[in-house]
Design a protein around this ligand. Structure first.
Ligand SMILES: *Cc1c(COP(=O)(O)O)cnc(C)c1O
Length: 362
């Protein structure tokens, strides 16, 4: 019996390209004639080492990662990076600048406050932002160890569409819900990190891309698992890495390249999200609060003017195989997440559903 695949608009873990899941299924019991599954392999054996090295090489090619940057495949998710960034880059009472544009940057700033001096450059009010405040209004501090921001606020649906100018300060960016959805100049950054489960794999893996000259300043009394330099020295194999997620991410990197690369991912993301925004903007029935110049290409939060219709919308959508459209519990409403694994058809059928729902209830 064939199982019925639904369109899953959840914010993560999220849909992955069907092709890579089929490939993973085909080689699940016997990877390339080794007679064993990737999930059974020693992470230090030649088979897994080849998977690991190929994944890193493919990612470096995709993103054009400069050779003075390390690429780490770690556990603990983006949330672990909220702590590792200040521990490694701002030790001993140093300060750091945080651009707060929503839920995830506020979380990161909160965690950093436990570990270093945090200066909030913008945001952090009670009201969710509708746009990234203009750079001339930013309250930068002198001598900050780094400037931190979240490229795409997954919950509020606010995205930076260009890299902010940090001057000479190392730029640190949480790209959990946007990495690999558009071309990127890695050399602009000190550290980029991203959990895999939004755009390029299952959960359990957080990718860290770090300029090597920033590492190695961690205090001596810090656990070695929290030290980027130790991970770099050990090729992300100080202990057992998340082998299956690493392998799946490798399949995703190859898939992205085969589909046309990051430019093509961006074109698709604009096309998918553009369909949904056009539908929202076509009338007063649906609403998205974000300034169009900062709207997310990955996560489209929206509400229905009559908010008593939200539950009905979710129930009827689910019955049509359109699932996980509920907004984050912190903000309510509805949200369509449209990562790399979401086919164009997923945006098209959602728009059809939205239009029909509006006809019946508008
Ligand atoms: C999902 C998300 C996180 C949290 O990721 P975890 O892997 O659960 O730690 C952090 N930042 C952003 C932007 C996210 O979208």
């Amino acid at each position: 019996m064939r199982s019925r695949r639904v369109f899953n608009y959840g914010a993560g873990p999220a849909m992955l390209p069907a092709a890579i899941m089929q490939q993973a299924r085909e080689e699940f019991l016997d990877w390339h004639g080794t007679g064993m599954s990737v999930v059974e392999m020693s992470h230090r054996g030649t088979a897994f080492m080849s998977i690991a090295e190929q994944a890193e090489a493919d990612l470096r090619t995709l993103l054009g990662v400069p050779s003075d940057y390390c690429v780490l495949f770690l556990q603990g998710g983006a949330t672990s990076q909220f702590g590792m960034v200040p521990l490694n880059l701002a030790p001993g009472g140093a300060s750091a600048d945080y651009l707060c544009t929503g839920h995830w940057s506020a979380k990161a700033a909160q965690e950093a406050q436990r570990l270093c001096k945090v200066n909030l450059v913008c945001g952090a009010g009670d009201q969710p932002l509708r746009a990234v405040p203009p750079p001339h209004s930013w309250q930068r501090s002198a001598g900050a160890a780094y400037l931190y921001y979240t490229e795409n606020e997954t919950i509020g649906g606010i995205e930076f569409h260009s890299v902010p100018d940090a001057g000479g300060t190392p730029l640190v960016c949480d790209m959990t819900s946007s990495l690999l959805s558009h071309p990127l100049d890695v050399s602009r950054f000190g550290i980029i990190f991203a959990s895999a489960q939004k755009n390029f794999g299952p959960s359990g893996l957080v990718l860290v891309i770090a300029r090597r000259d920033l590492l190695g300043r961690a205090p001596k009394n810090m656990p070695s698992l929290l030290d980027y330099a130790v991970h770099d020295k050990n090729g992300s194999m100080l202990n057992t890495p998340p082998t299956f997620s690493w392998y799946m991410a490798g399949l995703a990197f190859r898939w992205i390249a085969a589909e046309g690369g990051l430019g093509e991912m961006e074109r698709r993301a604009l096309s998918r999200s553009g369909l949904i925004y056009s539908c929202i903007d076509a009338g007063d029935f649906y609403r998205n609060p974000v300034d169009p110049a900062f709207r997310s290409r990955m996560n489209v939060p929206f509400t229905i003017a009559d908010d008593s219709l939200h539950d009905k919308f979710l129930d009827e959508a689910r019955a049509e195989g359109l699932v996980d459209l509920k907004g984050h519990r912190a903000v309510g409403g509805l949200r369509a997440s449209l990562y790399n694994g979401m086919p164009q058809e997923g945006a098209e059928v959602l728009v059809q559903f939205m239009q029909e729902f509006q006809r019946r209830h508008g």
